[in-house]
Ligand binder design. Structure first.
Ligand code: UDP
Ligand code: MG
Length: 145
C-alpha cells in the first residue's frame, strides 16, 4: 500500500481559521503529496456538528464542542490519505500539526478522521458526491514509484 489509497476527511477548525493557519496546514498536506479531492470554507450549523461528533454525544464537553465548532467557518477537505490522526495536542509530537501549533486538547485547530469507516461517514456528511473531484495527479507516479 502506498499510503494514499484511502480517503480521509480533514477539517481546519474555527481556531485554525481565526489564527490564520489555513495556508500553513494545507501546505503540509500538499508538500507531503496527498491528493486533495474536495475543499470548502463552510460555517457549519450546530446540527451538522452534532452529527459529526455523534460518537461523543454523552461526553460532558459535547455541548461546548458543538458550539465552538459552529462559532466560525471551518475548512472542510477530503484527501486521499490513509494516515489517520490519533493524538491530542499534549501527546502530539513536534513536527505534527497539533504538536507544532497547539498547547491543549480543546483548541487543537484540526480534525482528521480516525479510521476508514469514520472517514467515509464524515465525507458523506460534509460533501455531496458532485463536490468530490475525480482526477489524476501527475506527481503520483513520482511519489509512489
Ligand atoms: N475535546 C474537548 N474537550 C475534551 C476532549 C476533546 O473539547 O476534554 C474536543 C477536541 O476539540 C477534540 C474533539 O473534542 O479534537 C474530539 O475529541 P476526540 O477525543 O475524538 O479527539 P480527536 O480525535 O480530535 O483527537
Ligand atoms: Mg476522535
Amino acid at each position: 500500500m502506498s499510503g494514499n489509497e484511502e480517503r480521509t476527511f480533514i477539517a481546519i477548525k474555527p481556531d485554525g481559521v481565526q489564527r490564520g493557519l489555513i495556508g500553513e496546514i494545507i501546505k503540509r498536506f500538499e508538500q507531503k503529496g496527498f491528493k486533495l479531492v474536495a475543499m470548502k470554507l463552510i460555517q457549519a450549523d450546530e446540527d451538522l456538528m452534532r452529527q459529526h461528533y455523534c460518537d461523543l454525544k454523552d461526553r460532558p464537553f459535547f455541548p461546548g464542542l458543538v458550539r465552538f465548532m459552529s462559532s466560525g467557518p471551518v475548512v472542510a477537505m477530503c484527501y486521499f490519505c490513509d494516515i489517520f490522526l490519533g493524538s491530542n495536542a499534549i501527546d502530539s509530537k513536534p513536527g505534527t500539526i497539533r504538536g507544532d501549533f497547539c498547547i491543549q486538547v480543546v483548541r487543537n485547530i484540526i480534525h482528521g478522521s480516525d479510521s476508514v469507516e469514520s472517514a467515509n461517514t464524515e465525507i458523506n456528511l460534509w460533501f455531496k458526491p458532485e463536490e468530490i473531484c475525480d482526477y489524476t495527479k501527475c506527481q503520483d507516479s513520482w511519489l509512489n514509484g
